[in-house]
Design a protein around this ligand. Structure first.
Ligand SMILES: C[S@@+](CC[C@H](N)C(=O)[O-])C[C@H]1O[C@@H](n2cnc3c(N)ncnc32)[C@H](O)[C@@H]1O
Length: 394
């Protein structure tokens, strides 16, 4: 496909996404019904679409979208944001080589982002902007600026299977270049060849897993030790269960309200050479020395990876999530052994899901105290994550 044809395809896909459909599904459907598109085309179109979803408001502004963004306005704005000259833009939009129709006179007007409101220039919904400012203070603008760009790909080296250096060598043999990251001693940042990771020998043998560096640092911060009984209460696909199991010889149990989400845990555990039991609520046998609650949350710390969620979140949904987070904390506290630790984590940057959730838990449960809290932000290289560790007062 020509670059212009890829832009035309992205416009078509974005229009469907903007009508309320899920971007991943729309991309899959598009690929199935356009078999002529090769893997490089699909990857380029996907990047166009996800970049546009990350930068929805600023691209719409640069594309003269007015109130309602369209795929076409977003792609015009995207090209301008990437420094494309007006002559090159007119060439791309010239209805040749299966490219999009020629620019209208209105579309040739080039607005400046300098005059855009901050929430537009930083690509956040108006109602969320004060939430970021209150949580992040002087760091709000630099963090939001980082969130406008693609996140790096990180791997976690399974130290039970080999060293970080050995993993780098194995990956290099498969054309994947990495560099260690300071936030965690298990982390490698992929600098070249990210798309080849899932086929690489290091991945297939369980020497590395895909996992964000802040996720890894969060697990590093937990007081894990040999022989502990550990419960990962919101385990999902088991990313944190696996990271914990690789830290020490422990009995790790993974639980999630959705058994379906845990479907891959046994396969991933076998690949990693780890033993992780999965359990339904009725099968949980406490007490546990450490219970990790990686709570369902807005995901605001990882919206670089899932940008559609930034625009889909509503105040009502955020309120539902904070209620659910409090309920989960209340139901897990009794599962923790007398001197055990209740670790609460979110991949959110908002106070309502983090510091205010901690305060509310301590008010409801005065017998507990908070040992420490930590907010990881994209300024440190990874996703935004929050961790609070509670213990009963002695
Ligand atoms: C942030 S995700 C977990 C991600 C996972 N820990 C990982 O590292 O890959 C939150 C998970 O909480 C689960 N969940 C939601 N409500 C729950 C509840 N009441 N009890 C247990 N799990 C719940 C969701 O199904 C979801 O998989």
């Amino acid at each position: 496909m020509t670059p212009a044809a890829r832009i035309a395809a992205a416009i078509e896909i974005l229009d469907t996404v903007l009508s309320g459909q899920n971007a991943e599904r729309v991309l899959t459907t598009w690929a199935r019904s356009n078999r002529f598109a090769g893997s490089k085309d699909r990857a380029a179109i996907r990047d166009h679409c996800f970049d546009a979803l990350r930068c929805l408001r600023s691209y719409a502004w640069l594309g003269n979208a007015g109130e309602e963004p369209s795929g076409r306005a977003l792609m015009i704005g995207a090209l301008r944001a990437q420094g494309c000259s007006e002559a090159a833009l007119a060439e791309m939009f010239s209805a040749t080589g299966y490219g999009p129709a020629a620019l209208s006179e209105h579309e040739t007007r080039m607005p400046s982002l300098q005059t855009a409101p901050p929430a537009v220039a930083l690509d956040v919904p108006d109602w969320l902007f004060p939430l970021y400012q209150s949580a992040l203070r002087v760091d709000a603008h630099p963090i939001l600026e980082l969130c406008r760009h693609r996140a790096a790909v990180f791997l976690r080296v399974n130290l039970a299977k080999g060293t970080r250096e050995a993993a780098q060598e194995d990956l290099r043999a498969d054309g994947i270049e990495t560099q260690p990251h300071a936030l965690s001693d298990t982390a490698l940042e992929v600098t070249h060849g990210a798309r080849a990771v899932a086929r690489s020998a290091a991945y297939v043998s369980g020497l590395v897993e895909l996992q964000d560096v802040a996720s890894q640092a969060l697990v590093d911060a937990l007081p894990l030790a040999q022989g502990m009984r550990v419960l990962d209460y919101c385990a999902g696909g088991g990313g944190k269960s696996l990271a914990m199991a690789a830290r020490a010889q422990m009995r790790v149990t993974a639980h999630d309200i959705s058994a379906e989400r845990m479907r891959d845990v046994p396969v991933r555990a076998a690949r990693a050479g780890a033993r992780i039991d999965t359990a339904l609520q009725s099968e949980l046998r406490g007490p546990y020395d450490l219970v990790l609650v990686d709570a369902p949350c807005s995901g605001s710390g990882s919206w670089r990876r899932a940008p559609q969620a930034k625009w889909d979140l509503t105040p009502e949904r955020l309120a539902q999530l904070t209620t659910l987070q409090a309920e989960i904390l209340d139901e897990t506290a009794p599962l923790v052994a007398a001197s055990g630790v209740l670790a609460y984590a979110t991949c959110s940057l908002f106070e309502a899901e983090n510091s205010r959730q901690v305060e509310a838990f301590l008010t409801r449960h005065p017998e507990w105290s908070v040992q420490n809290t930590r907010l990881f932000t994209p300024l440190e290289g990874g996703d935004g994550f929050f961790l609070a560790q509670f213990q009963r007062q002695s």
